[in-house]
Write a protein that binds this ligand. Structure first.
Ligand code: URA
Length: 429
């Protein structure tokens, strides 16, 4: 029988009483939880104590390191080019990874995007790509390395070997109302990204109704915490704080977002998606030591599209195949005339989810075709009766609940000055 170094009850009491956990306590509890020697209810109690009493920077660093040590680490040092990655804290219509990874690869910087599936109102990158006929999310570590060497970009499922403690802990946080907690979010994201082995990392920290962080102050605190964790682990890390008060671009939902990403790769697409893709690409390239690059030119002249086609084909996808289209649509119109000042990200995300684009439990299937097309964005002038959105689904009985979610999503007739001018609010280095 293993003699345990600590008693979980004592560790929980330390945090419950607002004291600092020692490195030894943290190493032990993460390891013991991962191997099943600490019960879920004990870890849930500790997560709640952390939620209430916070953690000091040193504790967050130790917690992150213990989660990294719970699993394997990828190693990209054998590649002939530097690596740079991006992580978004999650938003509605956030398809940026799709055009971004091939765009950065154009400049001889490898992008290892190990991604996840969506849960709740934000969509998952893998769910989006799986709407492309034939495309496969699962790759072995050897296949990831060879695709990075040959093409320079890979978007695939993060293997279960990276930070397994986080996977177990996240599942508990999700059902105990302990997700929205800066030390726990920062350590969760950074343990996976540091274990992934990237040389550079740009964090896209979303701010607004569709994001974890509803205000700029909290988002800045989360971003600074993560940037410090990354730097301390030897990863060149920076963060952009970006707008998530309204959906990104004009589409929300899996196949719809792929379609819009391909428009961006063809040199078109909505300005906010292009601007954020370019801003993140420039930052990822800067971290990899490339500053004198014309990123927009690579979208305009087809080089990024060539990389996309190669990346999709390498994972058995057919980039030329038609994307699936919904059998049922319903149009939502403007009730007034004037300037559209609010198109609430969270409401649109929930509506898209109810149409079938997202899942409530991680084992649920998603519809490729479900989602929402937007016909106007904040700042646009609209006329009563004009189409504002088209809802898409394979199952029309979902329309009523989706429309309910959109009840107070739209405000028309205010002052256009309240609409943010730039998608990027601040950069943290
Ligand atoms: N994303 C993560 O990976 N972890 C969190 O805790 C929150 C968002």
């Amino acid at each position: 029988m293993t003699v345990e170094a600590f008693d979980a009850v004592d560790v929980i009491a330390t945090k419950r009483d607002g004291r600092v956990l020692s490195r030894e306590q943290i190493d032990w509890i993460i390891d013991a939880f991962t191997r099943g020697a600490v019960a879920d209810e004990q870890m849930a109690a500790l997560a709640m104590a952390i939620f209430i009493n916070d953690m000091e920077p040193g504790e967050i660093a130790d917690w992150t390191q213990a989660m990294i040590d719970s699993g394997e680490r990828m190693d990209f040092s054998s590649l002939s080019r530097p690596t740079s990655d991006k992580h978004s804290t999650g938003g509605v219509g956030d398809k940026i990874t799709l055009p971004l990874a091939p765009l950065v690869a154009v400049f001889d910087v490898a992008v290892p995007q190990l991604s996840g599936r969506g849960l709740g109102h934000t969509g998952g990158t893998l769910d989006k790509l799986e709407s492309i006929p034939g495309w496969q999310a699962g790759l072995s570590n050897e296949a990831i390395l060879s695709q990075l060497e040959d093409i320079g970009a890979v978007i695939c499922a993060a293997g279960s070997g990276l930070a397994p403690a986080d996977k177990k802990l996240y599942a508990l946080r999700d059902i105990t109302s302990t997700v929205d907690c800066i030390p726990l979010i920062a350590s969760s994201i950074m343990s996976k990204k540091i274990a992934e082995g990237t040389g550079g990392l740009v964090l896209d920290v979303k701010v607004g109704s569709g994001a974890f962080m509803k205000d700029l102050g909290m988002a800045g605190q989360l971003a600074r915490t993560m940037v410090e964790l990354g730097k301390a682990a030897g990863v060149k890390t920076s963060a952009l704080l970006t707008d998530m008060s309204t959906p990104l671009g004009l589409t929300v939902g899996n196949a719809l977002e792929v379609r819009e990403s391909v428009e961006v790769l063809a040199g078109g697409g909505p300005a906010d998606v292009v601007d954020l893709t370019v801003a993140l690409a420039e930052e990822m390239l800067r971290l990899a030591g490339k500053t004198d690059v014309d990123v927009r030119a690579a979208l305009a002249d087809g080089r990024a599209m060539d990389k996309w086609n190669a990346m999709i084909r390498a994972q058995n996808g057919d980039p030329a195949a038609a994307l699936p289209v919904a059998g049922h649509t319903e149009v939502v119109t403007a009730t007034d005339s004037g300037v559209l000042t609010t198109l609430d990200a969270l409401s649109v995300g929930v509506a898209s989810w109810r149409l079938g684009a997202g899942r409530a439990r991680k084992e649920d299937p998603v519809q490729d075709v479900a989602g929402i097309e937007l016909h106007a964005k904040p700042g646009d002038t609209v006329t009563a009766g004009q189409p504002l959105m088209t809802l898409h689904t394979a199952t029309p009985e979902r329309f009523a609940r989706a429309i309910e979610a959109l009840d107070s999503a739209v405000e028309i007739g205010g002052d256009a000055a309240s609409v943010p001018e730039s998608i990027v609010f601040e950069k943290i280095t």
